[in-house]
Every structure is written in structure tokens, then in C-alpha cells.
Design a protein around this ligand. Structure first.
Ligand SMILES: NC(=O)C1=CN([C@@H]2O[C@H](COP(=O)(O)OP(=O)(O)OC[C@H]3O[C@@H](n4cnc5c(N)ncnc54)[C@H](OP(=O)(O)O)[C@@H]3O)[C@@H](O)[C@H]2O)C=CC1
Ligand SMILES: Nc1nc(=O)c2c([nH]1)NC[C@@H]1CN(c3ccc(C(=O)N[C@@H](CCC(=O)O)C(=O)O)cc3)C=[N+]21
Length: 293
């Protein structure tokens, strides 16, 4: 075996998320004495089966943490004006401290308009321009849950991230871009790669920290990974198995990464559960700020 062969360690997002939720539950219990019960409203438009699973998981974990959960399921035919009216009602509801409108929205609805209508103080997804801008200029903001979860996992494994070379593959507003902002805030040297990047494999090979948020099953191959690197796989891709059933795979060829990556998140059980834990954390933060605690 070559000198580069390492023992790859799994980053147990599921267990770390459960720990986080337990701590959030304790904080929520403490707030009850002050008469505050954080509330999260989740709005689902249409019947995307994957979204239904996430929404169900979110509601169950919200209740388990001692928070109030408000679920609004609207038909795929809902008019934009109707959705905007619901957002306005949630903005005005003092029992609702966090609002999440599940994406993607049906094509007839302008998602940008809907996200802009959410009160930035209740924008627990961190997708509002106000929060994205505040993050970019280094002000206190509600930070998107998935990238926040990635950073928490990285700090668990690596401690300080300062001076490390980080490569983020993907530049979406919900994962790639905010992930890059957070890595910069942790003093990493950050590269954002995307579909027009020249020599993507070569860019990835330079990364001490590699975040894959592409949405292409197992696109990142084992030989794209620098030996010993920490790999965070955000991708959630449902692929067909030979028996006709489906399974989830990430954006990284997990089996090939064994013996090369230093640490890697599995799919499922990696970033996904952290996303929900961070959503609860953001709801708690939003509730405290709204109550001026
Ligand atoms: N675990 C979790 O909690 C979450 C998981 N996800 C998952 O993460 C993945 C990414 O989600 P999201 O950011 O919303 O996806 P988007 O489709 O919005 O963005 C994908 C990004 O990947 C880039 N890309 C696409 N193809 C290639 C390629 N061949 N080479 C290099 N870059 C490429 C695109 O580049 P370009 O901009 O040039 O088109 C784009 O920037 C999905 O699998 C999604 O399901 C998402 C949210 C939460
Ligand atoms: N406004 C909005 N905010 C989001 O945060 C948002 C969204 N829209 N649309 C869809 C994506 C996707 N997403 C996930 C959340 C949890 C898991 C999750 O819990 N995954 C588990 C189980 C996955 C399974 O079994 O299906 C895991 O990876 O272990 C995955 C994906 C949030 N998203």
C-alpha cells in the first residue's frame, strides 16, 4: 500500500444532529419559564414526494424539541396571491417566529417574490436578500440551514478551519454561495466551482475541505480527493436499484473515497439531519430576538 492510504472516518451527522436537538430542547424548556414557546411554520405547495418526507421530519422534530409546529399544505394549483396572503398572515402572527416555504415552488409561482415577502426576522431559511446581504457583509444574520450544518460538522472534525483551502462545488443561493461565505468567515481560502469550471477534478484535488453540492449522483470521484481531505457531501439523489426500488446517494462516489478522504459524511445520515437541527436552532434564535431575550 502507498504512503497516501489513510483510514477514512465517517462523520456521523445523524448523531451530531441528535445532540444538537437535545441541547435546543433544553433551551426551549428554559424559555417556557419566561412564557416563550418558539413556533415554526412550514408551507408546502404541491405534492413533491421528497418535500413531503422533509416536511414530515421537520414537523416531528420541531414538536420533539418542545416548539410549536404549524403546517400549511396548499394544492399545486394555488395562486401566487394566495400564497403571498398566507405569508403576510404568518408574518403578523405572534405565535410564529420562523417561516419556511418549501422549495421548489410550482412553476406558476415566482419564488423570488415569495421569499422577499417573508419578514427577514422570521426567515429561518436565511434566503431573504436582507439575510444573504447581511451574511455577505459580516453582520448578524439568519444563516441558511444546510451550509450552517456543514460548517458545524467541519468544526467538529477540524477545530479551527483557518488557513485551509476549501473548494465548494455548486453556486446555488441556498447551498453553494452561503457555504462559501461561511467558509470565508472561518478564514478559509475559498474556491467556488460550478458547471463552467475548467478542470473541476484538478480544483477539487487541491482542497483540504471539499463540499459537494451539485445534485449529480456520485459525480465527485475518488481520485478528485486530496489524500486526508475532509469531504462534506450535500447531495441527495434518489437513484434506481436493479430491483426497481430506489436508494439515496450523494454527489460523491462514497466507496471510492474510502482510503483517500480523511473524513467524509455519509448519505443519508450526514448533512440532511444537520439541516433540520439548524432549522430548529434558527427558529430558537429568531424567537429569542423577537422576544428581545
Ligand atoms: N442535505 C440537505 O439538507 C440538502 C441537500 N440538497 C441537495 O444538494 C444538491 C444541490 O442542491 P442545490 O444547490 O439546491 O442545487 P442547484 O441545482 O440549485 O445547484 C447545483 C449547482 O451545481 C452546479 N453543477 C451542476 N452540474 C455540474 C457539473 N457537471 N459540474 C460542476 N458543477 C455543476 C451548478 O452549476 P451552474 O450554476 O453553473 O449551473 C449549480 O451551481 C442536490 O442534490 C440537493 O438535493 C439541497 C438542499 C439541502
Ligand atoms: N425552503 C427550503 N428549505 C430547505 O432547507 C429545503 C427546501 N426548501 N427544499 C428541499 C431541500 C432539501 N432539504 C433536506 C432536508 C432534510 C433532509 C434529510 O433529513 N435527509 C435525511 C433523510 C433523507 C431521506 O431518507 O429521504 C438524510 O440525509 O439522512 C434532506 C434534505 C431541505 N431543503
Amino acid at each position: 500500500m502507498g504512503a497516501d492510504v489513510v483510514e477514512t472516518r465517517l462523520i456521523d451527522g445523524k448523531a451530531i444532529a441528535a445532540e444538537l436537538r437535545a441541547g435546543i430542547g433544553r433551551d426551549v424548556a428554559g424559555l417556557a419559564a419566561q412564557g416563550l414557546k418558539p413556533g415554526l411554520a412550514v408551507v408546502l405547495v404541491g405534492e413533491d414526494p421528497a418535500s413531503q418526507v422533509y416536511v414530515r421530519n421537520k414537523a416531528a422534530q420541531t414538536l420533539e424539541a418542545g416548539m410549536a409546529s404549524f403546517e400549511h399544505k396548499l394544492p399545486a394549483t394555488t395562486a401566487e396571491a394566495e400564497l403571498l396572503a398566507l405569508v403576510a398572515a404568518l408574518n403578523a402572527d405572534p405565535a410564529v417566529h420562523g417561516i419556511l416555504v418549501q422549495l421548489p415552488l410550482p412553476g406558476a409561482i415566482d419564488a423570488t417574490k415569495v421569499l422577499a415577502a417573508i419578514d427577514p426576522a422570521k426567515d429561518v431559511d436565511g434566503f431573504h436578500v436582507m439575510n444573504a446581504g447581511r451574511l455577505a457583509v459580516g453582520l448578524e444574520a439568519l444563516v441558511p440551514c444546510t451550509p450552517l450544518g456543514c460548517i458545524l460538522l467541519l468544526k467538529r472534525v477540524l477545530g479551527s478551519l483557518a488557513g485551509m483551502k476549501a473548494v465548494v462545488v455548486g453556486r446555488s443561493n441556498i447551498v453553494g454561495k452561503p457555504a462559501a461565505q461561511l467558509l470565508l468567515r472561518e478564514d478559509c481560502t475559498v474556491t467556488i466551482a460550478h458547471s463552467r469550471t475548467r478542470d473541476l477534478a484538478g480544483e477539487c484535488r487541491m482542497a483540504d475541505i471539499l463540499i459537494a453540492a451539485v445534485g449529480r449522483p456520485e459525480m465527485v470521484r475518488g481520485d478528485w480527493i486530496k489524500p486526508g481531505a475532509t469531504v462534506i457531501d450535500v447531495g441527495i439523489n434518489r437513484v434506481a436499484k436493479p430491483d426497481g426500488k430506489t436508494r439515496l446517494v450523494g454527489d460523491v462516489a462514497f466507496a471510492e473515497a474510502q482510503g483517500i478522504a480523511g473524513h467524509i459524511t455519509p448519505v443519508p445520515g450526514g448533512v440532511g439531519p444537520m439541516t433540520i437541527a439548524c432549522l430548529l436552532q434558527n427558529t430558537l434564535t429568531a424567537a429569542r430576538r423577537q422576544a428581545r431575550l
